[in-house]
Design a protein around this ligand. Sequence first.
Ligand SMILES: CC(C)(COP(=O)(O)OP(=O)(O)OC[C@H]1O[C@@H](n2cnc3c(N)ncnc32)[C@H](O)[C@@H]1OP(=O)(O)O)[C@@H](O)C(=O)NCCC(=O)NCCS
Length: 166
Amino acid sequence: MIAIKPITLLDAFVFKAVRLRALQEAPHAFGSTYAKELQFADSEWLARIERMNGESGAGFLAMDGETACGIAGSFLDENDSTRAQLISMWTAPTHRERGIGRLLINEILNWAHLRNARTLLLMVTSNNAPGMRFYERLGFTRTGRTEPYPNDPAVVEYEMSRPISK
Ligand SMILES: CC(C)(COP(=O)(O)OP(=O)(O)OC[C@H]1O[C@@H](n2cnc3c(N)ncnc32)[C@H](O)[C@@H]1OP(=O)(O)O)[C@@H](O)C(=O)NCCC(=O)NCCS
């Protein structure tokens, strides 16, 4: 059975391992890179978890027993806390298309709703068609805003959003 749990300082080692695995497995999907985050000191990993304190940020792990098989995070916009950003979305290839991504996003939606956010936003790369289809299934649509993708000038990032309702 899959359980979703908030990331806390006790999970620092698991969080680091899952995040690095995600960056290695799906390098096209994230703004950051494996090479960059591999260099992070332990203090940086701990600081990241501290920012996921449940107030302005949150992070969740999907656990299959003792094995972490998914991750997602969110932050409220500094200038507009009605807007929450979804980040770091990843399900392990061994566990895909079993509803884990949906469970993680539902957890983020619940968290953001409790913090009075009204819109959940994300950036997805133009070469990530499966990712876009996944988000569309979960009610996200393209906003029309794009940004350059820092890791590849041939790729852009599309913004997608969905309302947060009860
Ligand atoms: C995208 C990703 C997070 C989906 O996770 P998942 O756990 O497999 O997703 P779920 O099983 O919860 O799927 C939820 C819905 O999306 C659909 N879906 C999932 N992956 C899909 C795909 N590749 N193509 C089309 N639809 C897909 C499912 O069929 C399901 O639809 P339904 O519930 O209406 O039947 C996962 O494939 C992944 O980690 N990819 C690599 C990293 C990535 O691209 N992250 C996003 C970065 S912006």
